[in-house]
Design a protein around this ligand. Sequence first.
Ligand code: FE2
Length: 337
Amino acid sequence: MRYVNKKDLKPGMILANNIYDNHEQILLKGNTSLTQSYIDRIIKLGYDGLYIFDEGDVVKANQLISDETRIAAINKLKKLDIDACLFLANKIVNEVQASESLIIETINLCSYDNYTYVHSVNVDLLSVIIGIGMGLKNAELEKLSQAALLHDIGKCDVPIEILNKPAKLTREEYEEIKRHPEYGLRRLREKEKDGDEIPSVIKSAVYSHHENWDGSGYPRGITGRNIHRFARIIHVADVYDALTGKRSYKDAMNPADAMEYMMANSGIMFDIDVVNVFVQYVAPYPLGSNVLLSTGKQGVVYENNEKYLSRPKVKLTNGNIIDLYEKLDVTIIKILT
Ligand SMILES: [Fe+2]
């Protein structure tokens, strides 16, 4: 399996996984052979690239949650069905716990639309993994997952023209976006009027997910451990997924660069303890990435080493596999697109 940039897609290439359109309908199934019209359609939807199977390929990325659960969560978020989201957040915890490996080792494939919802599911997944890594118990993990899935629910109260504006926001528009944690809290409180109490940790995490460790965040500008632990976890997951995702106003950053950003900002924006756990589970060089090695050779990331994610096995263009965990004098210089 390798990642192929949209400009290098060719008819006859075999898709490694299902591709969805902007209404979460399957556009193409895994194992489909691409035709030029499929490629045109995929590019039109805003995909930057896809995973392709090569002949003789055996390595497949682990999938932490099923497509079915992911799509159900996206649809329930779209409908603002908070009860269903709370239920699905628990399902996500169960699926992640049943997964063979907790390593996130794929590139965040995304199209333009629906990113708020797709992003919320990604943030949930990352938050649950960090929570497991931090040793949270099941009941806590479920609440963390619920808060993470609903963290941006307040965005539905921000005018869509501001949310989707492709140009730079005015000061007033930015101030409006910054109100979404407050709107999210308000949504949850309104929901409680139906008689179902929402645990205060969830409300607190949704309200505080943009607070920074050093007090430079919003809405309150609180610092350090005054910020709820769940909010500190969701903040890390949120920023990482936003950096590696594509938006109408920016390209996606590659995972290795995004990881550098996270580390550079730990103790400033982020809780160091959370970032330290995060880096143990997210591969900076996802499977299938095209990489340039310090030897000048190019290859594709073939397998990740769970204990040492920055040193994967790389399949060179001549077919040889080099294990960077053993060849310590060779490093990855950059991810090629
Ligand atoms: Fe947010």
